[in-house]
Design a binder for this molecule. Structure first.
Ligand code: ADP
Ligand code: MG
Length: 262
C-alpha cells in the first residue's frame, strides 16, 4: 500500500478550543476514505488543513512520495504550503456548501477550476493577457472533458444558475476534476440532495473510484458510506475516535456513543 497522504498529529484550535486534535491518518493511493462524525466534530477543518485553506497549529501533513516509493516521512511536507501550491500538486477540494459563480455558464464555472494548474493563474485569465489566450483553448477542452465525465456535457453553454441542486454538485466535482487532481476532497457532496440526485452522485463517485482516483469524502448517510468507502475515519470533538472498514466502524461502541451523545 502506497500512502498518498500521511497526517501525523495534526491539530488546529480556534480561540483556544481544538477543532482538530492530534489526528493521525494515512490515506492510500486509490482509496476512497469517508470521514464521518457529528456536527462540529472537525471534519471540514481537517479537510481545510489538507487543502491548505487552514494551517495546522501542530503536526505534519505529507503527500505523494516522490519517485514511487514512500520516503522516510511518507511523502513531502505540504502543511506549510499555500492552497494554490497544493492544488498544483494535485489536491482539489469541493467545500461544504460550495457555491457556483452566478451569471456564468456551466463551462465557465468549470474553466475557473482549470486555472489552478496553469502557470499564470486566475489573474492572467481575468485580465485576458495574451499568454493566457494560448492556454484558453486547452483549458476549454479540459473543461468540456470534465463536464462529460460528470454527465453534464450537454449543459456546457447553459447558465449554471438554473441547474438543479444535484447537477450543481456534479458541476462542482467537474470544476475540481479540471484541476487534474490526484486527491479529491468532497465535503458533504450529497447533503440536501433528493434520492435520485444522491444516486447520481454515488455513481459519479463510483466511476472516479474505478478510474483510480483517491478520494476523501464527508458524508452522513451510512448506506452511502458503506457503498462507497473503502475505509472510514470517525471524528468526535476533533479527535479520531475510530478507523476501519464501514462494517468495523458501524459496530464500534465509541462511534455509537459519539452519535447518541450528540
Ligand atoms: P464539522 O465539519 O465536523 O461539522 P467543523 O470543522 O466545521 O466541523 O468545525 C469544528 C469546530 O471548529 C466547531 O466547533 C466550529 O464551530 C469550529 N470552527 C470551525 N471553523 C472555525 C473558524 N473559522 N473559526 C472559529 N471556529 C471554527
Ligand atoms: Mg463540515
Amino acid at each position: 500500500m502506497t500512502p498518498l497522504l500521511t497526517i501525523d498529529g495534526a491539530g488546529r484550535a480556534f480561540g483556544g478550543v481544538y477543532a482538530v486534535r492530534d489526528v493521525s491518518m494515512t490515506v492510500a493511493e486509490g482509496e476512497t476514505r469517508a470521514v464521518i462524525g457529528p456536527n462540529g466534530a472537525g471534519k471540514s477543518t481537517l479537510f481545510n488543513l489538507i487543502s491548505g485553506h487552514l494551517a495546522p497549529d501542530h503536526g505534519t501533513i505529507a503527500y505523494a512520495p516522490a519517485g514511487g516509493g514512500p520516503g522516510p516521512s511518507g511523502g513531502r511536507r505540504i502543511d506549510r504550503m499555500p492552497p494554490h501550491v497544493r492544488a498544483r500538486l494535485g489536491i482539489a477540494i469541493v467545500f461544504q456548501g460550495a457555491r457556483l459563480f452566478r451569471g456564468m455558464t456551466a463551462l465557465e464555472n468549470v474553466m475557473v477550476g482549470a486555472h489552478a494548474r496553469t502557470r499564470h493563474g486566475m489573474l492572467a485569465a481575468t485580465l485576458r493577457l495574451p499568454v493566457h489566450r494560448r492556454e484558453e483553448a486547452a483549458i476549454r477542452a479540459d473543461a468540456l472533458d470534465a463536464l462529460r465525465r460528470v454527465g453534464l456535457r450537454d449543459w456546457a453553454d447553459r447558465s449554471a444558475d438554473v441547474l438543479p441542486l444535484g447537477q450543481q454538485r456534479s458541476l462542482q466535482v467537474a470544476r475540481a476534476l479540471c484541476a487534474r487532481p490526484r486527491l479529491l476532497l468532497l465535503d458533504e457532496p450529497a447533503s440536501g440532495l433528493r434520492a435520485a440526485e444522491r444516486e447520481a452522485l454515488a455513481q459519479l463517485v463510483e466511476g472516479l473510484r474505478a478510474e483510480g482516483m483517491t478520494m476523501m469524502l464527508v458524508e452522513h448517510d451510512v448506506a452511502f458510506v458503506a457503498r462507497l468507502a473503502d475505509r472510514v475515519g470517525v471524528l468526535d470533538l476533533g479527535r479520531l475516535i475510530a478507523e476501519g472498514t464501514p462494517e468495523e466502524v458501524r459496530g464500534d461502541p465509541a462511534v455509537v456513543a459519539a452519535y447518541l451523545g450528540e
